[in-house]
Design a protein around this ligand. Structure first.
Ligand code: SF4
Ligand code: SF4
Length: 351
């Protein structure tokens, strides 16, 4: 034991030890290590190296810190693990510690700085969508990813929520997830706190799977859950060719919301959606989560291209997802992709 030991990770010691003593039972589940063919990037490798640093056996440096960013937060390892060990949450905690030591990867730091600089503009865009309905009992969080993309999805989300609930109060705050994933815990908490306070007892509807998972503890309900509960209101949507649903990791594994998207898509198209080989809790990651496209862009692209190659092999068509970063990432690789919120909006407003 030396003074290099990171006592700040003590609260994560049990999770780090669990992996450190494990015979790597989840090794084949990680999209990052599969794409990189790297033993250091299997969940066991990332957790063990972090554990060695935490207990002072290994000096922290940029190479070992980078391992903590080699994670999309997909929770596939946790799903496979007999102990449900929280690898992604532990690596997120490690990012904060490494960042405080100036060891965060430059791509992640650029993403954090860019996000902080854009935040005021994103709040303005949210207000322009309709924050005037302050007396509504329903609050809607569109999500920074959708607001930043400046596509049709932000409007579709608001239109879908209005068709379901009438007037909704569009929140202009942020759950803080991108900053937390970049290791800036303080700034993340400074965003989340005011957002939660602004709910003021209202029901919270959230479009993005990542934001919803982050806010489940304060009652967040996803737009797709709300739509599936009112499935009788959903009409047919016209779209040429097959539609395949991609389960966002944080929707399926994070929140256990698996059948609701399929209920909505079956109502909208008159038949169940086409599926990937692995679906629901076993679904494969898009590569877009937890800032991987910023910290390790080639790896993140390789993961997305794997998904898209499978999609084409199974017949192609339109890919539907419910996560702003997955949507943008699939489109960036050339896929024809739609958000589930667009389908819900069209389904509720006449196709
Ligand atoms: S997540 Fe579970 S299965 Fe994977 S290395 Fe850690 S303890 Fe083992
Ligand atoms: S959460 Fe996903 S990306 Fe992260 S270590 Fe586990 S399997 Fe790999």
């Amino acid at each position: 034991m030396t003074e290099r030991r990171l006592t700040v990770l003590d609260e994560r010691r049990a999770a780090l030890e669990m992996c450190g003593y494990c015979p790597k039972l989840c090794r084949s589940t990680c999209p990052v290590s599969e794409a990189e063919a790297s033993e250091a990037l299997i969940p066991w490798g990332k957790m063990s190296m972090t554990w060695y640093v935490a207990r002072g056996d290994l000096a922290p440096d940029p190479d070992v810190a980078r391992l903590a960013w080699g994670c999309t937060g997909c929770n596939a390892c946790r799903e496979r693990c007999e102990h449900q060990n929280p690898v992604a949450a532990t690596l997120t905690a490690a990012r904060a510690v490494f960042r405080e030591q100036g060891l965060a990867p430059s791509g992640s730091e650029r993403a954090v700085a860019g996000f902080a600089a854009r935040r005021a503009r994103l709040a303005e865009r949210a207000r322009a969508l309709g924050s005037d309905a302050e007396t509504s009992p329903v609050a809607l969080l569109v999500g920074c990813g959708y607001l930043a993309a400046r596509g049709a999805e932000a409007n579709d989300i608001v239109n879908a929520a209005r068709a379901l609930f009438g007037a909704v109060h569009v929140l202009d705050g942020c759950c803080g997830l991108p900053l937390k994933e970049g290791g800036d815990r303080t700034a993340a908490a400074e965003l989340r706190g005011p957002l939660v306070s602004s709910l003021a007892g209202r029901r919270l509807i959230v479009a993005d799977a990542g934001c919803a998972a982050e806010l489940r503890d304060v009652g967040a309900e996803t737009l797709v859950e709300a739509a599936a509960r009112r499935a009788s209101k959903l009409g047919r949507v016209k779209l040429a060719g097959p539609v395949r649903f991609h389960d966002p990791c944080r929707l399926a594994r994070g929140l256990g919301v698996i059948e609701e998207p399929r209920v909505v898509l079956e109502r909208a198209f008159g038949a169940p959606p086409a599926e990937f080989e692995r679906r629901g809790r076993a679904a494969s990651c898009s590569g877009a989560g937890a800032l991987l496209p910023f910290a390790m862009p080639k790896t993140a692209r390789a993961i997305a291209r794997d998904r898209l190659a499978e999609h084409e092999r199974l017949g192609g068509g339109t890919l539907v997802t419910a996560c702003a970063t997955s949507l943008a990432w699939f489109r960036a690789q050339g896929a024809t992709a739609l958000d589930l919120a667009t389908i819900i909006a069209r389904s509720l407003t006449g196709g």
